[in-house]
Design a protein around this ligand. Structure first.
Ligand code: 5AD
Ligand code: FES
Length: 366
């Protein structure tokens, strides 16, 4: 079967959902003209379903304190090479107010993973405080790792309505090649957490890193089928970026080049857009780290969300999940002008002052 035949089967405004594992693999392997056809089709499908709007989430990196030690992550607890910080309540609220003033419509609160009672209470408090800004006008996404269903429920009731928890790798064997095999990094727990989030009623987002050591095209095809099976509302995927202070650094010569990881990420985004035309898909910052035009390329290939960083600049250099993270020294207002201009250049526009909920989720629940 040719790429053309697969793509022609998918109408611009119908939900296909019928791609098989083999077809997905063919799309992920597309090169040259075929690759261009895939990106064009994904853009066409996105525009038909979601128009040319891009939604913003002001990203607040609340704390780099983490109790886990994933083998890829620069802020793992076993990395002593930088300072740990936690923002004060005032700093978080200031960031959220800034997001509101800039018209972002939503904030995303992200942090290293902790699940102690003090942390759970603190987040509950912060969510309520953010909700008070202009009578609940800001949407709130949380990205705070694995928690009990009860904790997820508390935060939902406090006012958070979206949650991101990447599965990182939906193949259990691969999962344990990038996480320690211990109780703290249990694959089943992670799956259960995603199910809890869906059950509690969050617009649930998940995702994977692309270009991991040991990762195959079969794994990536299965990742996309996993998102589809879980019927998630949001997906975030970005290229894996080896960090020198992590165990996976030793495999840096055994993974595809940065350019190839970027390309593969774009093909993952484009293919998923064909499979799930109405979900929210983020153009991850990791894309921009690998390629200065990475986020725009992700938008042009089917993504529709960008998360500009609002963390106070003095803390950003300590939230280096991966090295050379983009925009570490940008000021928020610079970011805004830069984004508007960059997106206009590719025929897209930011939808300001809106929550930008997942259309897939909204349709399913109303
Ligand atoms: N390269 C790329 N992405 C990474 N993440 C963590 N470490 C890396 C890395 N080295 C991603 C994970 C996590 C998200 C917050 O950042 O997918 O879910
Ligand atoms: Fe912090 Fe993975 S290292 S959750």
């Amino acid at each position: 079967m040719s790429i053309n035949e697969i793509l022609n089967r998918i109408g611009p405004s119908t939900s296909s959902g019928t791609l098989t594992h083999e077809e997905i693999k063919l799309l992920l392997a597309a090169e040259g003209d075929d690759k261009k056809l895939l990106f064009d089709k994904a853009l066409q499908v996105k525009l038909a379903h979601l128009d040319n709007f891009v939604h913003l989430r002001g990203l607040i990196e609340y704390s780099n304190v983490c109790t886990k030690y994933c083998l890829y992550c620069g802020v793992r607890s076993k990395n002593p090479n930088f300072e740990r910080y936690t923002l004060s309540d005032e700093e978080v609220i200031e960031c959220a107010k800034l997001a509101h003033e800039l018209g972002y419509g939503s904030v995303a609160l992200q942090s290293g993973e902790r699940s102690d009672a003090a942390f759970v209470d603190k987040i509950t408090h912060l969510v309520k405080e953010i909700k008070k800004i202009d009578n609940g006008s800001l949407g709130i996404t949380l990205s705070l790792g694995e928690q009990t269903e009860e904790t997820y429920r508390r935060w939902f009731e406090a006012g958070a309505h979206r949650y991101l928890l990447r599965i990182e790798a939906s193949n259990e064997d691969l999962y344990y090649k990038i996480h320690p095999r211990d109780a703290k990094h249990d694959f089943k727990t992670r799956l259960n957490c995603i199910d809890s989030l869906l059950k509690v009623g969050y617009q649930t987002g998940t995702g994977v890193m692309v270009g991991l050591p040991f990762q195959t095209l079969d794994d990536l095809a299965d990742d996309l089928l996993f998102f589809k099976k879980k019927d998630v509302a949001m997906v975030g995927m970005g290229p894996f970026i080896p960090h020198p202070d992590t165990p996976l650094w030793q495999y840096r010569d055994q993974i595809p080049s940065a350019e190839k990881r970027m390309e593969l990420t774009l093909k993952m985004i484009a293919t998923l857009r064909l499979m799930m035309p109405e979900i929210n898909m983020v153009a991850a910052t990791a894309n921009q780290t690998v390629d200065p035009q990475g986020r725009e390329k992700a938008i042009a290939a089917g993504a529709n969300v960008i998360m500009p960083n609002l963390t106070p600049n003095e803390f950003r250099e300590n939230y280096l999940i991966y090295p050379d993270k983009a925009c570490v020294s940008d000021k928020p207002d610079q970011c805004q002008t830069c984004l508007d201009v960059r997106l206009a250049a590719i025929g897209h526009k930011v939808l300001y002052n809106a929550w930008g909920d997942s259309v897939a989720f909204t349709k399913k629940h109303h």
